[in-house]
Ligand binder design. Structure first.
Ligand code: NAD
Length: 355
């Protein structure tokens, strides 16, 4: 297969971690006989420096014309004093809106080799943590009307059936490709929007007979994520609930440098990025952990390119690297072998074989 990938290296550690992910993609292409073409896109602080704009139209268009977008990270102290609409992060918001990516998928997976890094009790971690939160990204209370009149402030939460249905379908489709369990999270005991959410999810369920749908109130879900995370396969929820639950879920896995994410819209063209920022404190020192970006590339293969075996191959190669005791500084512990960003990428490539 031939796929065209827009590549945004961005700022700080962005170029270092993206380079490792590209090396891994090149190895996948070699092993499986694919061709991946890359188009460089400037976004973030580097684009502010070059064009005076964090995401010029021409750069956004390169993303829209691609089969998917791989992003490192943007931002840094250097651009802290630029005007609001020129900030590097504005480029990211413009990119998400421009691509219409309404579904943010963030896996919470603990690698058994890193179980000690979780703040949860060993007995809970030993049951396994491996689920995905599918979060609605461009609707709900964050996008409703916000106003303050005197001493009263109002934020409006609006969801239409159509908005719920499109994110619901992503939830079912994601569960279909995994362990076929979908948990719909809402607050239907209080909110009308949640009652509509629940109704739409149950209507959709008849179209996905192989997926087992359950409902959970968001307050209970927050508790269950720390009490018994092994019960979850895929969680689908609205924007604000997903924002809060996905941060909680990433924390229980222990390390920010390990976690990938995907954002998808109406087409298969998705945006793939690690969940962390540009880490200016370690930029240019070959210290960053590239695994969150490498696993984001694996998500791209799985969700946008329908290449599950290739995605498995990357995840297996990462697991073998951890088995061999190699660790970048952020996840280093006693008895392990310290490696830099580049060496991490090279070791993962050396483990890559057909899944
Ligand atoms: P950060 O995620 O960049 O860093 C937080 C801490 O985690 C730092 O100590 C950093 O060294 C460490 N860290 C992060 N990623 C790592 C990795 N891959 N390997 C090893 N250690 C890693 O968050 P921050 O310091 O709050 O933000 C720095 C800049 O990044 C800011 O300008 C912020 O706006 C931006 N940011 C960008 C994105 C994005 O591009 N999606 C997301 C969050 C923050």
């Amino acid at each position: 297969m031939v796929k065209n990938i827009a590549v945004i290296r961005g700022d700080g550690i962005g170029p270092e971690i993206v380079d490792q992910a590209i090396k891994v993609l090149d190895k996948v292409a070699e092993v499986y006989g694919h061709t991946f073409n890359y188009t460089d896109v400037d976004m973030g602080g580097c684009a502010v420096d070059k064009y005076g704009d964090p995401l010029p139209e021409s750069e956004l268009n390169k993303c829209l014309q691609s089969d998917s977008v791989l992003l490192g990270a943007v931002g840094g102290d250097k651009w802290n004093s630029v005007p609001g609409n020129m900030r590097p992060e504005k480029g990211l918001l413009r990119l998400r809106a421009g691509m219409g990516v309404y579904s943010n998928n963030r896996p919470a997976k603990i690698w058994r080799q890193l179980a000690d890094a979780s703040p949860l009790k060993k007995s809970i971690v030993d049951n396994g943590i491996d689920f995905i939160i599918v979060r609605e990204l461009i609707g709900g209370i964050y996008f409703g009307e916000h106003k303050t009149e005197g001493d009263v402030a109002t934020d409006i939460l609006v969801y239409s059936e159509a908005e719920i249905e499109r994110i619901g379908r992503i939830g079912f489709e994601t569960a279909k490709k995994r362990n076929k369990k979908l948990c719909s999270v809402e607050k239907s005991n209080v909110l009308d929007s949640s009652r509509l959410w629940k109704k739409v999810m149950h209507r959709l369920a008849s179209e996905y007979p192989d997926v087992e749908l359950s409902d959970m109130l968001v307050d209970n879900c927050a508790m269950q994520i720390v009490k018994n995370p092994a019960q979850f396969d895929v969680i689908v929820t609205e924007n604000m609930f997903g924002d809060i639950l996905s941060d909680e879920a990433s924390q229980i896995t222990g390390s920010i440098g390990m976690i990938p994410s995907s954002s998808l819209g109406a087409t298969s063209c998705g945006l793939y990025e690690p969940i962390h920022g540009s880490a200016p404190d370690i930029a240019g020192q070959d210290m960053a952990n590239p695994i969150g970006t490498i696993l984001s590339a694996a998500m791209m293969l799985r969700f946008s390119f329908d290449m599950p075996a290739e995605a498995d191959a990357i995840e297996n190669a990462v697991s073998a690297y951890l088995d061999d005791g190699y660790r970048t500084a952020d996840i280093m512990s006693d008895g392990m072998k310290l490696v830099g960003c580049k060496q991490c990428g090279e070791l993962i490539i050396s483990n890559l074989k057909k899944a």
